[in-house]
Design a protein around this ligand. Sequence first.
Ligand code: FAD
Length: 317
Amino acid sequence: MTGAAGDCPGRPPISFELYPPRSDAAAIALGRTIDRLAEVDPAFISVTFGAGGSSRGRSLTVLRYILEHTRVEPMAHLTCVGSSHAEANRLVREFLDAGITSFLALRGDPPEDGDADAGLGDLGSAAELVQLIHRVQEEREPFGQVGVPGTPRARRIRARPRPERVAVAAFPTGHPRSRGLAQDVDVLLAKEVAGATLAITQLFWRAEDYLGFVERARAAGVTIPILPGLMPVTTPARLARLTQLTGVEPPAELAIALEIEPDAEARAEIGETHAAALADAVLEGGAPGLHLYTYNQHGTVRSVLERIGIHSATTHG
Ligand code: FAD
């Protein structure tokens, strides 16, 4: 039997993030992108979820495509902002029924125009959603039966099945609403205690931000793998938008280099070189793999991986 998808000996596990398409044309392009990303043999591909459930159907369609057309594990982002317990319970069941067993449990952000804490719903934090995912899975299948090899009609009760992965977010340079970096570590530990099996970080621009965060998390007792989230950025407009969205300030030299370079190809070179150097540095520092934010484009992330010596399993280019 061959190894599981993403299990490439001698190579760090790679994973990707996509967002659900907003038009039919974008959906067709995304199908091609998923096929090209799958060639890299990633451990999983995660699909974002609009807070408040705005993208539920579209997210599920992308996850189903990954499940049915590739051998890559699909991971569903789920957010709990604004959900009642009953709604969140139904949502988790719907995804489990669709065959999705890996989740990234998030609080999500309240609408920008409202009071930050108003309308949060029953579930106030990602940790509560992590617990809910495990609980729904347990209620759904209190026990499972599996066949006994060699005895066709015999069944035995297997251990209670668990979701493959329940990941959570981590913030190496601090969540915009956190009181300090220590709180971000405490919140991550609470999510692990609630049952999270993996953390994926917000993007960061300096290897020392990630490595320092991991060191503090380990000192505080966090034991789950903390995957660095990297986003190669090749235009000044996207860099500015990301800074606004995440509050994470990019290095001035990267911002200036992208700003003053008029040629698109040369800008791509700048962004990819920066991302590749960051990827190398975090792997060198002990990162357990790389999670790449793709912006629904395969070309840039594949170039970054090729720059650090990771090629697709089948074709190149
Ligand atoms: P939590 O872990 O619940 O908390 C985040 C922060 O809030 C904490 O670090 C802490 O500073 C503060 N906090 C939490 N609990 C408390 C408490 N009890 N007291 C005081 N402060 C507290 N958003 C989407 O809408 N859809 C997505 O698909 C999506 N995907 C993402 C993927 C990744 C990898 C990341 C890093 C973020 C993603 N987000 C997404 C954004 C995320 O929903 C927001 O950053 C949100 O504000 C925090 O979510 P969380 O799960 O980290 O929340």
